[in-house]
Design a protein around this ligand. Structure first.
Ligand SMILES: C[S@@+](CC[C@H](N)C(=O)[O-])C[C@H]1O[C@@H](n2cnc3c(N)ncnc32)[C@H](O)[C@@H]1O
Length: 289
């Protein structure tokens, strides 16, 4: 397994995913009853952006300047993006950054633990030993947090349905494997079978439109109660970027999440554009009945 999120941390895809994740947590917390947050591909929890340019053997171009770097000092932001930026800055301060540009960037576990209430809990799953070790260090002392060195898909089967009967699941695989889209669709199917009302968010890259459409069709065929698609393209299909954008497919998206996501995507498409053909898209694949 070659994937290291370290090199991608804070890129446009992380910004989009994390803005929307924070809003999903906020939406679940509109109800008093607690929920379990399950992060099937948790990563190391926090990233030092100053090492993002150092590859295993060769120097790499860091990706964060075209992500968090572009909104670090922005002011006119919609509330969802401003809330996310406040959290990223809190993580950066906690890490002890003393320079003006961002240095410590939060992973999904860090962001969610910051928001958890005493009635909520989290299960973090990371298969890569070294990443999981780093995650254990970052999360030491976090209350109601369980870390598993294990396969995220298998863990999902083990933890659903939870005693709380409420769950927010983030599926954020690296898409290194050819079958990652079908594994993700399979995990969504399994999640729906075990807890039909679970809010499940699956991240995916916009690299090959054909595969994404296949993924959307597979999800629609599951006949979920609802499925919402948020996509951010920082470039057009013909602009030559390896990854021109990304999406987050959300099953059982909470009330008003569609409007919040749309406002966030409009703002991010303009702030993070790499070519004039950048765009945001928010639509229902399966509208709520
Ligand atoms: C995109 S990164 C996760 C980033 C993290 N969710 C965040 O937003 O900060 C994907 C992670 O999944 C891990 N991984 C790959 N295959 C896995 C599997 N089958 N189960 C659990 N973790 C896996 C990788 O080691 C990597 O750390």
């Amino acid at each position: 397994m070659n994937y290291r999120h370290q090199f991608h941390a804070g890129n446009f895809a992380d910004v989009m995913k994390h803005v929307l994740l924070v809003q999903l947590v906020a939406a679940l917390q509109r109800k008093e009853k607690g929920f379990v947050y399950v992060d099937t591909h948790a990563g190391r929890g926090r990233y030092d952006l100053s090492t993002a340019a150092v590859g295993d053997s060769l120097a790499r171009r860091p990706e964060w300047p075209e992500g968090i770097g572009l909104i670090w000092t922005a002011t006119a932001l919609p509330p969802s993006v401003a809330t996310y930026l406040d959290l990223v800055k809190a993580c950066d301060r906690q890490g002890g950054n003393l320079v003006a540009e961002p240095r410590f960037y939060p992973g999904s576990p860090w962001l969610v633990q910051r928001l958890l209430r005493p009635v909520d809990r989290m299960v973090l799953c990371e298969r890569h030993e070294a990443e999981c070790q780093a995650l254990r260090l970052v999360s030491a002392g976090w209350p109601r947090c369980e870390v598993r060195t294990a396969d995220g898909y298998a863990t999902l089967r083990a933890v659903l349905p939870p005693p709380e009967r409420r769950a927010l699941v983030l599926l954020d695989p690296p898409y290194e494997r050819q079958d990652e889209f079908s594994l993700t669709a399979g995990a969504l199917a399994e999640g729906l079978r075990r807890l039909p009302g679970a809010v499940m968010a699956a991240w995916y890259p916009l690299t090959s439109r054909a595969r994404v459409e296949e993924f959307h069709s597979a999800v629609a065929a599951l006949q979920p109660p609802s499925a919402f698609i948020a996509e951010l393209a920082v470039a057009g299909e013909d602009d030559g970027l390896k990854m021109r954008g990304c999406g987050l497919l959300v099953l059982n998206a909470p009330w008003q999440f569609d409007a919040t996501a749309e406002a966030a995507l409009t703002s991010l498409a303009s702030a993070l554009a790499q070519t004039p053909r950048a765009s945001g898209r928010a639509s229902w694949l399966v509208a709520p009945r």
